[in-house]
Design a protein around this ligand. Structure first.
Ligand SMILES: [Zn+2]
Length: 292
């Protein structure tokens, strides 16, 4: 499954529009983190949001989305870069809830008491973080609220994940439409009306609509595609990066690990990959830590 993101606008220049199909990357996240259906839906929506929200990043820019609510899933954290690489995890991937009104209960899993924050690391500038209280924990609504409150951009957000009987991912994707400054309420209203008249976004992708076709449905014949890029679940972790983290723990901590455990097994939160360090390797790192 090739996931991709489409960036576009409308001929009148009222909106910037983003849509992505993310079925493959959400299924990869499910397998890596062994998520329950509720956790798959929550993480999948957050990963899809990360893809859409990072569409305008350049170079080494990085976006981090954190959703921390009071529900049983705990925190959901996603990072996305300018190359279409996205990764993420949910703190309690095993947590699951009965479905609500025939849908996976993401709002109940996240909980509506909490915070959503977005951090943008843009080049050499200091990172920018904006945060808002959660509205519903359904994620799409929370992100629309974030844009309205924190960035003053009226936005329409839809995120959806459809999970099969066998708990694998059937379809996932979403869209984000943002109004340019000065767009009149009537244009926003007619866009909202069109969005309301469509089936929910996971059904659109499940019915084999492509991201550009989803945007055509929303913006009509005015839709103009500007750019398209492939998106993937990809984590930048490596043994070398973890070595640096281990060294940064300091010599006492490292000596303690060697004494008590002999070796160390470290799992990357974001992708679940496991890295093993033997006693010999840890001793080499200890030497480096001692010489710093
Ligand atoms: Zn990783």
């Amino acid at each position: 499954m090739n996931d991709y993101l489409v960036i576009g606008t409308d001929k009148k220049g009222h909106f910037r529009a983003y849509a992505a199909i993310t079925t493959g990357l959400v299924e990869e996240a499910r397998q890596r983190h062994n998520t329950s259906p509720t956790a798959t839906a929550a993480l999948g929506r957050a990963l899809t949001a990360g893809v859409l929200m990072s569409a305008n990043l350049k170079g080494d820019d990085l976006l981090t989305l954190r959703i921390i609510g009071s529900g049983p899933l705990g925190a959901v954290v996603v990072t996305a870069d300018s190359l279409g690489n996205v990764r993420g995890y949910v703190q309690s991937p095993e947590a699951d809830l009965p479905s609500k009104n025939g849908k996976l209960d993401v709002g109940g899993g996240i909980g509506n008491d909490g915070e959503l924050s977005v951090t943008k690391n843009m080049g050499l500038k200091d990172p920018y973080t904006g945060s808002v209280p959660l509205v519903s924990g359904e994620i799409g609504e929370d992100i629309a609220y974030y844009y309205a409150k924190s960035e003053q951009i009226p936005s329409l957000v839809a995120l959806g994940v459809l999970v099969k009987e066998d708990i694998s991912v059937q379809a996932a994707g979403g869209y984000l439409i943002q109004a340019f400054p000065g767009v009149e309420d009537e244009h926003l209203k007619s866009l909202e009306d069109r969005a309301m008249s469509l089936p929910n976004v996971s059904s659109l992708y499940n019915n084999n609509l492509k991201p550009e076709e989803v945007l055509q449905k929303l913006l009509g014949s005015d839709f103009v595609e500007l750019e398209r890029k492939t998106v993937d679940f990809k984590c930048g972790c490596s043994k070398e990066k973890l070595e640096r983290i281990l060294i940064s723990l300091g010599k006492e901590e490292l000596a303690d690990i060697i004494e008590k455990q002999n070796n160390a097994e470290i799992q990357c939160h974001f992708c679940g990959d496991q890295y093993n360090f033997s006693t010999g390797e840890l001793e080499t790192l200890l030497k480096e830590a001692s010489s710093n």
